[in-house]
Write a protein that binds this ligand. Structure first.
Ligand SMILES: [Zn+2]
Ligand SMILES: [Zn+2]
Length: 305
């Protein structure tokens, strides 16, 4: 009897613990409508491309090595989704009230180089910025990404760069599959190439020239083109930001106060050059250089040097 009571008590305590943990969880508020819309666009694209490629396109385009290519495709999808997930969790970037307490325990006023945020009522360190979409100040805020519904900052920029890389590779591979498949019935080097334009495809569908499946694929193909170029743009843009050691704000305002050598820039984002090839395949949280709070002010860079 006693044992049962103790078990029941333990269960209640565990339930209570879980309840407290759930109520005090520190998830990013993803209530912004644009966030929700664009995150759904991402899920729609990754899901539709996966189904389309794995079930329909790969067996037709690679009849000899269907299972190998399915494995390759699955690997790309997993890498994209895992890095999306890592970018989504920006909680480490939050500037909390305790941060100043930790670094300046005896200071009541806002420390030099820090800024008092009137919106979230915290003092934020240099390079941190307030995000209106997240409603918080973020450590080394690069920009807000609607696709991941989170702020890209000090801790998650490395995963976002790799996410952009895998998104480019995955959508690029899907573009190749779609083009090869469509080219079998609608050769691109003939007048049939006009069918690849969605409004023309609709007209041809209603006149009986195209099947429903082909029309759908042409529409999906145009969406994949947008996805591919968006991912490529963000990837190249972030490569540039890493190269220059800048955030979006610093880039626009041409603030080179915190930029140093290329090695320092890479270390700040990835931890080390050596971690980059590992991070491409395993999104492990390697130790970063710095804490996102204390920044070394570099000597002024003169244009052309
Ligand atoms: Zn703020
Ligand atoms: Zn944000």
């Amino acid at each position: 009897m006693e044992v049962r009571e103790r078990k029941q008590q333990e269960q209640e305590t565990l339930k209570e613990k879980l309840r407290v943990k759930w109520n005090t969880r520190d998830f990013t508020p993803k209530e912004d409508h644009t966030n929700i819309l664009t995150m759904n666009v991402f899920f729609f694209m990754i899901l539709s491309l996966s189904v389309e490629a794995l079930i329909f396109l790969i067996p037709s385009v690679f009849p000899e090595s269907t299972w190998i290519m399915r494995g390759v495709m699955l690997f790309m999808i997993i890498e994209t989704v895992i890095n999306w997930h890592r970018s989504y969790f920006d909680t480490d970037n939050y500037v909390k009230a305790e941060l100043k307490q930790k670094h300046f325990p005896d200071t009541v006023d806002t420390p030099a180089d820090w800024v008092a945020c009137i919106k979230c009522q915290v003092d934020r360190p240099p390079r941190a910025f307030h995000c209106n979409h997240c409603g918080k100040c973020m450590l080394k805020r690069v920009h807000h990404c609607f696709l991941t519904g989170s702020c890209i900052g000090f801790y998650n920029q490395r995963f976002f760069v790799i996410f952009c890389l895998w998104s480019t590779i995955t959508s690029g591979f899907c573009l190749y599959l779609q083009l090869t498949y469509l080219n079998m019935d609608l050769p691109l080097n003939t007048v049939a190439c006009f069918t690849y334009i969605p409004p023309v495809a609709i007209v041809q569908f209603f006149t009986g020239y195209l099947s429903f499946g082909q029309t759908l694929l042409i529409f999906h193909f145009s969406l994949t083109i947008v996805a591919f170029f968006t991912a490529l743009f963000f990837f190249l843009w972030h490569v540039f930001l890493v190269y220059e050691g800048l955030t979006l704000h610093e880039g626009f305002k041409r603030i080179y106060t915190y930029s140093g050598t290329l090695k320092q820039h890479v270390q700040l984002i990835f931890g080390s050059y050596l971690y980059i090839p590992v991070l491409i395949f395993i999104p492990y949280r390697f130790e970063l250089v710095g804490d996102g709070v204390n920044w070394k002010v570099r000597p002024k860079r003169v244009k052309g040097q």
